[in-house]
Design a protein around this ligand. Structure first.
Ligand SMILES: [Zn+2]
Length: 570
């Protein structure tokens, strides 16, 4: 490809709305262009890398026994009513009305359609196990699209679904996918760790996430250095350090003028947040619930949502809190009636808390549970944090941020039962098909590799997914010798199947080297009057500092060897 013919141009300016390296470089390299929030056009350089990633994924899915299909993006809403997952997905679902006013969903995932398909084709135990997958566009109306291709509303996803006779079969399929996923990350050059995850709206029991460790990730991973325990903070279990312990004292009301937040009250009364009770109000499927948790701990909304078994859970608005006759800023479980009270279990390991008094500008000291208030539910609803204690081995836990680059689920039989996907076993009994679901976002994988592999100048693509393998960089093209040598080398390399981006632009060496670094093509070949004086060209890996001179007569063979070796290892 001749650089001068590329539709996209590189730019120096850092886009104002791009806060991650992958986003900035992708815009500056002319790989992507935003059409609307979280909706991007892939330009040639991006599409080439995306196709390479898709082919690696396809190869691994085929090797693991998957059969490729393409299912419709437009899905009848009835399928989602049948599975009951429409409400769990909530506003994430894009839906449209057709001319007959029938509601259709733009597929955010394809469990329903796949189960429907399997229910039709799978009749007997002889038809199982089977794995179906597709690489296709998905739609999710994310509330906060961000980070370029990291979180978008329209994206390409590989989703595979396994259909098995029983749990044992599902375990085998799950293992096989785990291995296939690890192969995919290795081949695309992305280091990942596998952690326990929450199943969320997809449903099911076990699920694991593959995480690329990165500061710009939205997920927090809680992990133990000693025993290797690692889980998404949404799911992580931990032991909270005990709170203040002393003999329970009698309750005492104190005047706390204008002190509302935990920090304000704690500082005003000279106690640590661990000795305070925080009141948090949630709107849970139409009901206002009261959550009491230690002042130093955050509520894990996923745990709370799972506990309450509701579809919509969010912080209550001020109007809703006042509507329930509660005093925000001074609310207390003490003496409270007519509202569901949920108490985080860490409260049990402490005494003499400071809590609200349910009247403006007053708090109560020496509140003790369960002496002074009762709970409808006592449960672990706390967010695990670095500093908590590992439940497996007692070591202090650490935390790190990560980007979720893959998520696999054991769905079991619940969805198959709802969708009517059954088979007949050897004895003639009707049984539900046991399902699993396995997803990878292709664009996010590309962005995650970029996050993991770049420097201040630009991308450092692994050869397996780079848009091109060689950046042919002639300097001073007005020099006839340079122009001829470059054209000849371009033809010869292209002839033997090496992917070359030929910088045939009439630009200065500085501009060309900067663009070469920005685009991050793994191998750069520079031709200049100086190198030709020595009958040579200069060869440099993007990832390395040093370069070497290679004889003009040897360069094709040398590049062929380097590229083929790298391709074979990928
Ligand atoms: Zn541990």
């Amino acid at each position: 490809m001749r650089f001068s013919k590329l539709i996209s141009k590189t730019q120096k300016e850092i886009p104002a709305d791009a806060d991650t390296a992958s986003h900035q470089f992708m815009i500056r390299a002319g790989m992507i262009r935003q059409l609307s929030a979280g909706v991007y056009s892939y330009l040639p350089l991006a599409l080439r890398s995306i196709k390479k990633i898709e082919n690696i994924i396809r190869d691994e899915m085929d090797k693991a026994g998957g059969q490729e299909v393409t299912l419709p993006v437009l899905q009848p809403k009835e399928l989602w009513d049948k599975s009951g997952r429409g409400e769990a997905f909530g506003k994430i679902l894009f839906s449209v009305l057709d001319r007959k006013e029938r509601e259709l969903v733009l597929g955010p995932t394809h469990e329903e359609v796949m189960a429907d398909l399997a229910g039709y084709f799978v009749k007997s135990y002889r038809d199982l196990p089977v794995m179906l997958y597709q690489i296709q566009t998905k739609f999710r109306d994310e509330p906060r699209p961000r980070g370029g291709l990291i979180r978008v509303r329209e994206f390409t996803m590989k989703d595979l679904y396994s259909f098995d006779l029983d749990e044992k079969g599902l375990d085998d399929s799950y293992q096989r996918m785990r291995q296939a996923y690890q192969n995919i990350y290795r081949r695309t050059g992305l280091p990942v760790i596998m952690i326990e995850a929450d199943s969320g709206a997809i449903g099911g029991k076990d699920s694991s996430e593959f995480m690329a460790i990165n500061d710009c990730g939205e997920d927090v991973i809680i992990y133990c250095e000693k025993c290797g325990y690692a889980a998404n903070s949404e799911k992580a279990k931990s032991i909270k350090l005990p709170g203040f312990a002393a003999r329970p004292e009698p309750m005492e009301e104190v005047h706390t003028p204008d002190q509302k937040t935990i920090e304000e009250v704690a500082s005003f009364l000279s106690v640590k947040p661990v000795r305070t009770l925080k009141a948090v109000f949630y709107y849970a499927d139409g009901e206002i619930v009261f959550v009491a948790i230690r002042g130093d701990i955050e509520v894990n909304e996923i745990k709370l949502k799972n506990l309450l078994k509701v579809n919509e859970l969010r912080l209550a608005t001020n109007e809703e809190v006042e509507g329930a006759h509660l005093v925000a800023g001074s609310a207390s479980p003490v003496g409270l009636k007519g509202i569901k009270i949920i108490v985080d279990e860490a409260i049990k390991n402490g005494t003499n808390y400071v809590a609200g008094a349910n009247k403006q500008d007053y708090h109560i000291k020496n509140v003790n549970f369960p002496r002074d208030f009762t709970a409808d539910i006592v449960a672990d609803i706390s967010l695990a944090m670095a500093g908590d204690v590992c439940i497996e081995c007692g070591t202090t836990l650490k935390s790190v941020r990560g980007i979720e680059v893959g998520h696999i689920f054991k769905l079991g039989t619940a969805l198959a039962e709802k969708m009517g996907a059954y088979y007949t076993d050897a004895k003639g009994n009707t049984k539900p098909i046991v399902m699993g679901s396995y997803g990878i976002g292709v664009g996010r994988l590309l962005a995650s590799v970029a996050e993991a592999s770049h420097d201040e100048k630009g991308f450092i693509w692994p050869l397996s997914i780079a848009p091109y393998e060689v950046y042919l960089c002639p300097l001073f093209l007005e020099n006839e010798r340079v122009a001829q040598a470059a054209e000849r080398l371009y033809d010869e390399l292209t002839e033997c199947g090496i992917e070359v981006l030929f910088d045939d632009r009439d630009d200065s060496p500085g501009v060309k080297f900067n663009d070469a670094d920005l685009l991050g093509i793994p191998l750069r070949v520079t031709i200049s009057p100086k190198t030709l004086d020595k009958d040579s060209v200069e060869l440099k890996w993007r990832a390395e500092k040093n370069s070497e001179l290679v004889a003009v007569s040897d360069i094709v063979a040398k590049l062929k060897e380097l590229v083929l070796t790298a391709r074979n290892n990928a």
